[in-house]
Design a binder for this molecule. Structure first.
Ligand SMILES: Cc1cc2nc3c(=O)[nH]c(=O)nc-3n(C[C@H](O)[C@H](O)[C@H](O)COP(=O)(O)O)c2cc1C
Length: 172
């Protein structure tokens, strides 16, 4: 868990890499692409998000502002970084996924918001420098943590859900 005094300079260092378009080197392989059906959902979700934020397709400046805001963890005052020993098999990332969801649900129960952010681990050396997470661990994901601003337009957005019948096959 990283508190504000460390998180603020860490995020600034992170942003320097982003704005310098330094090649990223996450500890775990990021998706290189998506199957067509998921890519469609991904693009549609992005389109609806930008529409909800009132950001037009051609508005590069606002799009870039949103992108950088993402690297600022959308202004979250605290963050949780999940990491695990590199010698564990990739299967253990599933365990960390369960942990991440439990953190999100327990936080929500206390009125605290969380946001999973894959982009927050694109430059793991910066995180290591500020947190001391050892090289022997892979850094999996960061979660922005804080009390949500209910008035922020982004927090009014609700992504669409796939109907249950399209993702579950009942047998017997
Ligand atoms: C593993 C994972 C990584 C994510 N990484 C990012 C990210 O880098 N940037 C981002 O804007 N949203 C990211 N998201 C999506 C936000 O966390 C999303 O708004 C949140 O999961 C709420 O999901 P919902 O819109 O489906 O309710 C990620 C979600 C997951 C599950």
């Amino acid at each position: 868990m990283v508190g504000g005094k460390v998180l603020a300079p860490m995020v600034e260092d992170f942003l320097k890499k982003v704005t310098a378009t330094e090649p990223s080197y996450p500890d775990i392989e990021f998706p290189q692409g998506w199957p067509d059906s998921l890519l469609r959902r991904y693009k549609e979700n992005g389109r609806m998000l930008f529409a909800a934020l009132g950001i037009g397709r051609e508005d590069r400046e606002k799009r870039e502002h949103h992108r950088l805001n993402m690297f600022r963890l959308f202004g979250a005052p605290q963050a949780v970084y999940l990491h695990q020993d590199r010698t564990l098999s990739p299967y253990s990332i599933f365990d960390a996924g369960l942990l991440a969801q439990n953190i999100a649900l327990l936080a929500a129960e206390k009125g605290i918001g969380t946001c999973f952010l894959a982009v927050s681990v694109l430059y793991p050396a910066v995180i290591r420098q500020y947190t001391g997470i050892p090289e022997t661990d892979r850094i999996l994901i960061g979660l922005g943590v804080g009390y949500p601003d209910g008035d922020a337009p982004i927090n009014q957005f609700r992504s669409e859900r796939e109907p249950v019948k399209t993702i579950v096959k009942w047998v017997g």
